[in-house]
Structure formats: structure tokens, C-alpha cells
Design a protein around this ligand. Structure first.
Ligand SMILES: [Zn+2]
Length: 274
């Protein structure tokens, strides 16, 4: 039985139910015929032109991205903007696009579980449990597989996350021992207050100046700020592996690929001269 786009969506939505997505989010099938048969799936963080070009080279029939293409209202998808060009290229080449965003963040296991796992953090529970089901929710908090100094843990974060120009920034006493770690894939400064109550250190991205400063002067935990893309990328091989497994259980086959194109927006990091 050849797999269809609809079959793959069904498998993805068993693991990342759309009902878990935030109200403001836009998840699900963006383009593509649910009845079309597919043989290759490409997982990526961002639905950008470089990823579409990668799908063309691979001859992928479906791209699964974490970030939505059309989060806000649009009046035109003419190929005169980046998003319009992406959509036209996808439709012209018969490539479907599917997004699993905050539903993949909240599901268990989800995006932050993958981040925790790659950093050696176990026994994780949601940092902000869902009101409906405390087993799912935003971010994760758990214990490191060994007690480390903050500096040694920062080294581990830098070694284990994909390389970006953004790199890894840290705030806190580098000699302090850290054991309980909170993580949130993607933008996590809304959860600084919660992290401060439960963790020795919080790993996330997009930390804003005032939010971070207020957290620190109030005695909050140490902070590790990584590239948004790098914090979410570890979910891709996990989701791809899960799909590969689920497809086999379904009695069919698809080829699954994970994009390694760095779609983080920052293309150079230059430290200030000493
Ligand atoms: Zn994100």
C-alpha cells in the first residue's frame, strides 16, 4: 500500500495532536493533496526557500516543518514575496507542506523533550503543565545525568547543539554547580518566572534584555541563551525516527530525511574587541 500525504498526517497527528496547539497558532496541512502518494519526507525547522530547494534535490513529496509558513493573515500568495515564492514552488512541484508547531511543543514527547535528551537531562516533566493534562505542556525540567559546573554544562550545550553563528551565551556564576535544568525549545522568556522557581539553570532562546535583567536582579537561576533554530532542531531526528517507525507499523514505507541546513537568521557573530 503506497503511503499518502493523508496517511502521514494521520501518523503525525497521533503523536502531535492539533488540539494541543495554542489558539493563535496555525498548524496542519498548508498545501498538497491529502490523497497524493508520497515516497520521501523532509523534516526541517523553517519553511524557507533553502529548505524547499533541498526538497527539490531530494525529490521529497512532503516537507514537515516546525514553524508555520502562514501564521498571520495574508491577502496574496503571488510569487512576489518569499512566502508566495515558497508556496508557488511547492505547488508547482507537487510538494506538500505540513506544520507541527505548538502542538509539537506541548506533546509528550515533544520539542523540549528532544532538547532535554540531547543535553543529558532525564526524568523530565513539563515546565508549564497544561491545565487539561499535566503530562503535556510547555518546556521541560529535569535532572542532569551528572552534577556539573555551569561552565562545564555550557560547554556541553555548545558541543551537543548544532553549530550556529549565534553560539551560546550564559549568565551566572560559572563555578556554581548545576543539577536541575529547565529547557524550552524556541522563545522561552515568558517562562522565566517558572524556571526561576524550579531550576538551577534555564536553557532557551530569544531572551529579551529587560526580561532577562529583571529575572537576574530578582535572584533568578542562571541562563543559557542559544539560537532559536538550534534549540528546536534536535526534535527533527526524533520526529523523523518516530514517523519511520509508525510508517512501518502501518505496513508501508517512506524515505525520511532531516534537513541540516542552518536556517538561523544570524550569519556572523563577532565578539567585541578586548
Ligand atoms: Zn520556534
Amino acid at each position: 500500500m503506497p503511503a499518502t500525504v493523508g496517511h502521514i498526517i494521520g501518523l503525525l497527528e497521533d503523536r502531535y495532536p492539533p488540539a494541543l496547539a495554542e489558539d493563535w497558532d496555525a498548524v496542519g496541512l498548508v498545501c498538497g493533496d491529502p490523497n497524493a502518494t508520497i515516497s520521501r519526507v523532509l523534516f526541517a525547522v523553517d519553511p524557507v526557500r533553502d529548505v524547499v530547494d533541498e526538497a527539490l534535490v531530494l525529490q521529497a513529496d512532503l516537507i514537515v516543518t516546525h514553524h508555520p509558513l502562514l501564521l498571520r493573515g495574508v491577502h496574496s500568495v503571488a510569487p512576489v514575496t518569499h512566502k508566495g515564492t515558497v508556496l508557488h514552488t511547492l505547488i508547482t512541484h507537487g510538494i506538500a507542506l505540513y506544520c507541527a508547531h505548538t502542538n509539537a511543543d506541548h506533546a509528550s514527547p515533544g520539542v523540549s523533550d528532544a532538547l532535554a535528551d540531547v543535553l543529558g537531562i532525564g526524568d523530565v516533566v513539563p515546565l508549564v503543565p497544561s491545565a487539561h493534562d499535566p503530562r503535556v505542556g510547555t518546556g521541560r525540567v529535569g535532572r542532569l545525568d551528572e552534577t556539573l559546573t555551569l561552565e562545564a554544562f555550557v560547554d556541553r550545550v555548545a558541543e551537543r547543539l548544532p553549530v550556529t553563528h549565534h553560539g551560546v551565551r550564559v549568565s551566572g556564576d560559572l563555578e556554581r554547580l548545576v543539577e536541575t535544568v529547565a529547557v524550552c525549545g524556541g522563545s522561552g522568556d515568558a517562562f522565566l518566572d517558572v524556571a526561576a522557581q524550579v531550576a538551577d539553570v534555564y536553557v532557551t532562546s530569544d531572551l529579551r534584555h529587560h526580561r532577562a535583567q529583571d529575572h537576574l536582579v530578582d535572584g533568578g537561576c542562571s541562563l543559557i541563551d542559544v539560537a532559536h533554530w538550534a534549540s528546536e532542531w534536535p526534535w527533527l531526528p526524533v520526529a523523523a525516527g518516530a514517523l519511520q517507525h509508525d510508517v512501518q507499523v502501518l505496513g508501508t514505507t517512506v524515505e525520511v530525511h532531516v534537513s541540516t541546513i542552518v536556517t538561523d537568521p544570524w550569519t556572523l557573530h563577532r565578539g567585541s574587541p578586548s
